[in-house]
Design a protein around this ligand. Structure first.
Ligand code: ADP
Ligand code: MG
Ligand code: MG
Length: 257
């Protein structure tokens, strides 16, 4: 089943009307992992922010369907409640709010929207246990304030825990590898892999090939030349030659091809 269908998506920066996305096409089906790579400034973050409805951008052409509905018609909150999750490059700290309270609030808001009964604190704790172990997070982080004083790796892992709690259908992970050493990267990748099911999907954005060693994509896309996604490759047969070519020749070699 198709989860996300992006057709010829064009967007400008709201303030300056400068064109940033010039016609993006992307189809993501349930159970697939897509990687978008591309050099700095090619529009990767802009694309993901447009998908979640960030007010800095204005869509000026094309269409986006998510689970068969017009995503562009929904406000950011509806998109999130509809099952779209985005992990930002720099997760925010929320002083004075404990992680577990934050997670329970977010989870119950979601359940309410879906017409499900809210969890009591005890029920929520039961719901949370398997998620905590899936992402291999130390329970002591539950009582700390959201992201306050967390290391880079701990923040990223906390994002993955939020994703697990919200049970999103499509998770957009923008540079979850940024600022992580290899050990932290492996931990975060393991957490992401543990959440993959045949019915959810991941769109991961990265500048570096390294992440693909740990989270294996079904498709790799390279965003080049002012934000068009120009190349794609099926990786179902275990072929990562596009990523390998990138490693050898850099983005310059790919763009010239
Ligand atoms: P990437 O994530 O691939 O590094 P971005 O999507 O962050 O690239 O940026 C794409 C281009 O659009 C860059 O040239 C960037 O400076 C510009 N851009 C993105 N958002 C804004 C904004 N809100 N205001 C001005 N320029 C922006
Ligand atoms: Mg960047
Ligand atoms: Mg970016």
């Amino acid at each position: 089943t198709v989860l996300l269908e992006v057709k010829d998506l064009k967007a400008v920066i709201a303030e300056s009307k400068q064109m940033v996305l010039r016609g993006i096409n992307l189809t993501i089906r349930e159970g697939e992992v897509h990687a978008i790579m591309g050099k700095n400034g090619s529009g990767k973050s802009t694309f993901s922010k447009v998908l979640v409805g960030h007010p800095d951008y204005e869509v000026v052409g094309g269409s986006v369907e998510f689970k068969g509905q017009n995503l562009l018609d929904m406000d950011p909150e509806e998109r999130s409640h509809g099952g779209l999750f985005m992990s930002f490059q720099s997760p925010v700290e929320i002083p004075g709010v404990s992680n577990i309270d934050f997670l329970q609030m977010a989870c119950n808001a979601r359940r309410k929207k879906r017409g499900l009964p809210e969890f009591s604190p005890i029920e929520f704790f039961g719901f949370l246990q398997p998620k905590l172990s899936a992402v291999n997070m130390d329970p002591k982080f539950l009582n700390r304030n959201v992201n306050e004083g967390f290391s880079g790796g701990e923040k990223k892992r906390n994002e993955i825990l939020q994703l697990a709690v919200l049970e999103a259908d499509l998770a957009i992970l923008d540079e979850i590898d940024s600022g992580l050493d290899v050990d932290a990267l492996q931990d975060v990748a393991k957490a992401v892999n543990a959440l993959l099911t045949p019915s959810n999907s991941i769109l991961m954005i990265t500048h570096y090939r390294r992440l693909l060693d740990y989270i294996s994509p079904t498709y790799i896309h390279i965003m080049v030349r002012d934000s068009d996604i120009r190349r794609r490759q099926n990786r179902k047969d275990g072929d990562v030659s596009l990523a390998e070519q990138l490693e050898r020749e850099g983005y310059r070699g790919i763009s010239a091809a």
